[in-house]
Design a protein around this ligand. Sequence first.
Ligand code: IPT
Length: 995
Amino acid sequence: MIRTALLAASALLALPATAQEARQTANFNAPVKSFGRVSYDARSLMIDGKRLVVWSSEMHAFRLPSPDLWRDVLQKMKASGFNTVALYFDWGFHSPKKGVYDFSGIRDIDRLLTMAEEEGLWVMTRAGPYVNAELTRGGFPGWLVNQRGRARTDDPEYLAASDEWLTRINAIIARHQINGDGKGNRGTVILHQIENELALTTPAQRRYMDHLYAKARADGITVPIFHNDQGRNGYWVPEDSKVEKTVPGPNDMYAFDGYPGGTCTVTGQPTRGSAAPDWGYYGPGGAKGGASASPNTPGFLAEFGGGWFDYWGSNGGYECNAIQRGKRFQRVFYGTNLANGIQIQSFYMGFGGTSWGWLPAPVVFTSYDYGSALSEAREVRPKAEELKQLGGLIAAVPDLAGMIPAGKPEISSDRIQVYHNKSPETDARFLLVTHKPSNGQTSDRFTVTADLPDGRYTLPLQLDGFDAKWLVAGVNLGGQRLVYSTSELQTILKQDNRDVALIYGRTGEAGETVLRYASEPKVTVLEGGATSAFDTKGDLKLRYAHRGLTRVRISGGGRPDLLLLIGDEAEGAKFWRTDDVLVRGPALIRSAKVTNGVLALTGDTREASPLEIWAPSSVRSATWNGTKVATTRTHSGSVTATAPLAAPVDFALPALTDWRVAGGSPEAAPDYNDRDWAKIDNRAYASITARADGQPNMLMDAYGFHEGDVWYRGRFTGTPDAERLKLHYGAGGAGLVQVFLDGKLIGQDEIPAGLPRPITTGAPGFTLPDAARAPGEHVLSVMVRNNGHNWDLDADDFHKEARGLVSASIEPVAGASFAVPIAWKINGRSEDLFDPVRGVPNNGGLDGERRGWYLPGFNDRGWKTATVPAARAAQGTSWYRTSVDLAVPKGQDATIGLAFGDTTKPRSPVAYRVLIFVNGWNMGQFIAHVGPQRVFPIPEGILNHRGRNSIALAVTSDGAPGNALEEVKLVTLRNVKGGLPVRMVAAPTTPEQLK
Ligand code: IPT
């Protein structure tokens, strides 16, 4: 049976019919529900009673196997304006075997949660048991596929298994909750997710959900618990929702996921896609008050597409995705969410990372870049700079939390719409100005007239192409009163007795800002151009164009001094704000700490950069990455560095030379010693894949082999009936089977990419050569490369689809009513890991892997020397090894990748595949003729940036001319001055150190 995936981007755009019906006015009078320091009503989350817009993005520590770099990602998220990080945990990553769990090294969740706290981020934990996440088995451990009981139900066997995991992960999370664990531990976890997009809502699922909720509570989780609905379907809403056609569950809060926004074309061009959906107050039929499946809880998007994954065999869509769901998209879509009362939104992904080793589900290849704000190479993409501006506004205007619709303003153009919200507490306003529909791309000049808190005003505005503006009005900011501004506010901070505000707009556009005073203040234009006028109402109106940076000082008028910085968008992006310091210039500010009057700034530069600092007067001097900076005072109350901050220096990467090779697949040799291999027998069969009658259980998982390559050896006696071999196998996306007879490759079969819905099984036939019909014993050797188990998105046990051989039959071509008996044995990488430090995803079951050929300390001096590119390849799998010394300049953070062949094309004209081991770590799989990934970023800590590195490539080919390893080289993907200290991840280096 061939099943295809349900995870196609297009399928996500349509909501089931129930979504339209599950609508009800949000209950703005809903009582506050408290869970220790966290509480909520229908309007927002609150922490210690203070309303908060939860502005979050997702990262997966398991997709970055270098823990020191977790902090780099968290710092970049924080610097990009996020106040929260969402984290999935991958059960299978921690559990190689039933009852065995590992939270050490690259699996140290405790360390991750401590870092998030240290970096000042709130945390949403998403602990499974099922997570999906384009992971093999959606995060289920390999051993779970052998369970007969249906997963994601209240089947006792499944519950016992998932409780094993939950007991352990919940204990760690509990220690890091904002509420503490009652034993003196405390952290920043504010929300906790149980299960993931469980769209089957039968009684068994309800009992399961009840169990998960009770389990979390029993394990000491005290923060609000939620589940993420696959769309706005009303599945698992809180019991008190009482909305028709919704499905209640035990959860405290209702959350849903959404991935609108359109796709890229096959040639990697962004399309403009659909308009932003109104998933809340302004939804269809929901007059003011909105449309919610859960009227008593705030709008909550647990995942909102901040990119999308990419498929085996695509043309490479990540750069396009970063644009499609990038600048402007974020303003339009995330803004529409906020206007609709989605007060908790988390972007999936904020940093995608790498599905290294055998982490990927069949649907994805190694790179999980996702087109997210932070690239796989940890680059801060331009879209992250836009996020910084949006997150800056959210942080600067706490009134945005808990806003409700405020009535329709008058708009002079019918091509424009304005979402107008207010804070019931302060009457502050939020105006989201966008096209109507919001994917409109016209250029418009228009006015918006609204009754604002300080009076009725007409705002002259402009919108050029796909865009949205996030405006605030009638709001107290520091000591100032902002009547309105047609510019967007990026940040405001109070320093001593003055306020420093940064506003910005599109380059060249006119802007106006109105501030309210008791009497006429003094306006001094320090730099750039602005005019001002004061009227009898007390309004000071400033007019200017957004070009470069304009600086205006306003003093007197009954208010503290204000330094108003007015930038164009690019200028705004050069500013970074930490608690009470504003910095302009560098590519990144990581931290700003004041000790004894010295401001210690850390961050990155991509080029020689100016440095300008606005700090409280208690700051007397500054350092940059530990070195004192000479500064001079400016007329706008800042200091600037007298010399630019240094740029990173270029460095050369050595060529990869001195290769050595060990040939072939030893498992294929007739005399290979398979004494310790398991005999194929009739053990219990738990797969959803039907098999031919009378076949033994050949599935790799049944023998404890779940990841990567598995080998079968079958002995049979030669007979004239041995004419052909029929196989049925499962191997995931772009999987492979190779068949050898008495040591010679007789054929292979590859599973077509089938994009975007991967095909995961195959049923090839092979004509047997004459040798099979010769008398005596013959050995059939079969390697199955398992490119991942299916996910279980629909809770139908799809992860239990067969992997490895399902059946094998040697038979005559005509009248095949009988088959030649074969005695099979199997071997792979068992649940007792031989390299537990690198862990579950690192290894499959190749002979070379078990012998430690992938390790840096393996002695390959006995191997033949080889040149790469290789002229020809042996049939089967050959290992290539070399080592290389790197000398990345000290104090520089680079991302270095391994590149194969012609990186300008998504795939090669020749066919072969490579498992890439760097210093013993399996950093992914290159499939030359499938693609699209040809460059594999290797994180520092796996790669030694200042020392020796070992590279081992397991190259698999059919041996046909040309199907051999192309050029392999190192490439620099990113290079900045700055970064964080990164230690090498400790792991065994020699075969002797393996278990
Ligand atoms: C949603 C999953 O919850 C998440 O784990 C991930 O798989 C994401 O999709 C896609 O990257 S499921 C989907 C139906 C939106």
